[in-house]
Design a protein around this ligand. Structure first.
Ligand SMILES: [Zn+2]
Length: 199
């Protein structure tokens, strides 16, 4: 279990947000929750104060079934417990927060559009479960958050050289070079930095 917790990059100084433990199975998840309860609160650093505080669900990226998308924890200050009363959540890193979109779908969308394929054609030809309006909105967010992405990517890999035609194309290549062996580079980004790929 110790090695699994290391994968979580749990650091009490930062807000722990993403985990990729889901593919490891439900029993590992239960172990994770038990372990987390013994760890310090990311807000007040006190130990032995965290309790489970429910979860939220959303529709899967494919199909109409719902899935658990985040677990909430509460630093208990009830019944004279010494916690701070604040909450924090853990999300699966293969999902995009505040969306039903999977990280791999967003990556596919960005990949094709930055290569010059018109967005409406990408959406019509793709197997996406979200609307074309959603596709445009998230691609606009990608364009707006170039500086955020580059500043994080530069922590791991230097930016690509040369003129690639657009800022988005350069950032996408930077992302690919930073995580060359990952099947979903957005998932890898969220795991490493514990932040939303697009805030
Ligand atoms: Zn606390």
């Amino acid at each position: 279990m110790r090695s699994l917790i290391c994968h979580l990059r749990y650091d009490s100084r930062v807000r722990f947000k993403f985990t990729h433990l889901l593919p490891l199975g439900h029993h590992k998840l239960l172990s994770l929750i038990t372990e987390l309860r013994q760890r310090p609160c990311p807000h007040c650093q006190r130990s032995e104060t965290l309790i489970r505080h429910g979860y939220s669900t959303g529709y899967k990226a494919h199909g109409h079934q719902r899935e658990v998308r985040r677990f909430r924890f509460f630093c208990s200050n009830r019944h004279n417990r010494p916690g701070c009363g604040r909450t924090f959540s853990i999300l699966w890193s293969h999902l995009i927060a505040r969306s039903s979109m999977a990280a791999s779908q967003l990556l596919e969308l960005i990949s094709q559009v930055t290569q010059g394929v018109p967005l409406h054609r990408v959406w019509h030809q793709g197997d996406f479960t979200f609307s074309i309006t959603t596709a445009y909105r998230w691609f606009q967010r990608w364009q707006l958050h170039q500086a955020h992405l580059r500043s994080h990517l530069c922590q791991t890999h230097p930016p690509p050289r040369g003129d690639l035609g657009s800022a988005g194309a350069s950032t996408f290549l930077h992302l690919s070079q930073t995580y060359p062996n990952e099947c979903c580079r957005i998932t890898a980004f969220q795991n490493q930095h514990q932040q939303d790929f697009l805030p």
